[in-house]
Design a protein around this ligand. Sequence first.
Ligand code: C2O
Ligand code: CU
Ligand code: CU
Length: 499
Amino acid sequence: DQAQILSGKPTKVWRYAGNLLKGPPNALTASVEGYLGPLMRFVKGQKIRIRLRNDLPEETITHWHGLHVPMLMDGHPMAAIDPGQTYVYEFEMRNRASMYFYHPHTHEATATQVYRGLAGAIIVEDEEERALGLPAGEFEIPLIIQDRSFDDDNRLAYGGDMHTSMFGFYGDRILVNGRPDLRLEVASRAYRLRLLNGSNARIYKLCWDDGTPLTVIGVDGGLLEKPETRPYVMLGPAERVDLFVDFSGRAVGSTLVMRSGRFYGMIPPMAQRMMGSELMVGDDYPLFTARVTRATSDSPKLPEKLSTIRRRRQEEIANPNDPIPIAITMAHMAMLLNGRSYDHEDIQPRERIPVDTAQLIEIFHEHGQMGMGGMGMGGAGMGRMGMMRGHMGGGMGMMGGGMGGGMGMMAMMSMAHPIHLHGQPFEIVGRAFDDGDAEAYASIREGFIDSGLKDTVLVAPGERVRIVKPFDDFKGRFMYHCHNLEHEDAGMMREFLVE
Ligand code: C2O
Ligand code: CU
Ligand code: CU
């Protein structure tokens, strides 16, 4: 399909088309003009049937990110269909109200398929939420943030070299709902802005240009128990944040700009130089603008209490003293989980999980093993390292400089990873900063909303995060992986076998 993204020539895109839309058209569907899939709206308890017909020149499969569905409805890469084929999904909506994400999960082609435009949002509603009277209709605006690059002919351009698969793709134009420089026209009242980071790899530090704090009412898996105020919110790929934004009292004609604020340390400095984007991760740049165009006096109030979250008690956790590890490791220029890359045949003992249990899981960077010896890199490994040195050219100089501080080479390569688990959302029960650049960490640490239910958690360099994740109802294989899509495609993905 063609999409008009920049002015001038249209670009070729792939898209989810069709008659999926439920309810009234809204800001998302109105503004995408051929880029991004339609917004889907469902109600908790609803029985759903979706037919996916593959009109692409390659195989694909769609995953409903964040939804609690049986394995065969989850868009497992093994279920991918060939061009011309159809896959029928049927499931019941078990999720709480929230905004979810749908995108391809094609083996080694998720990043490129999402990049071309295959992505969209799902909004689920439920009774609990409806009773709150939050801003709705035109006052509720889903916003999908992505970064893209264009060539001189306005065509979408994707790097795709070795650095892309190592660090992820970073574009130099920000698109919101498929548009550059998105401007929202708002009334002077409260809005609900529902943001989804639909980027392949880019991490944002959301903040308002005038320093107004953000009022957070929800995250990936639905509403928080009560609103939380933050100077900024960190949003990694696939994460969502639900904001209550009150424009009351703002003059007609005034603007409020959402920016990504300055931060440090989420990606190695040398990677920044190699990735070739003019928009560095951690730079300060605008995302979209809201302009007050009309005055109004009726505006819903922010409820003090939003919801009740079911948390597992200690005795409900199957392994309270023995967390299942998810170690972020790096070897041979590939990012791995627990030292392994994706292999459908290879299920490790700790990846077998009894159904209807809640498990404690610890996600951490495996610094201890990142030394040369621990990585299992003998002479052969060093050979590869030498090769890497060659590839990295000028970048190594900077790295060498940074290594004086006692950090090993692998620690210098450490970056933030948005770790995602399929199936039910999880609680974040601990987040600790073990080691690393404390100053860089200070530029992000107030931006995590760990009090809500999550399906993706950003694990910054030096961090260790503990989650409690239920595996209820469905047996089968459920993936866990890095949602830096280039990392996912490069094998930074594993499966739990729920049995
Ligand atoms: Cu949003 Cu397995 O992915
Ligand atoms: Cu998912
Ligand atoms: Cu990663």
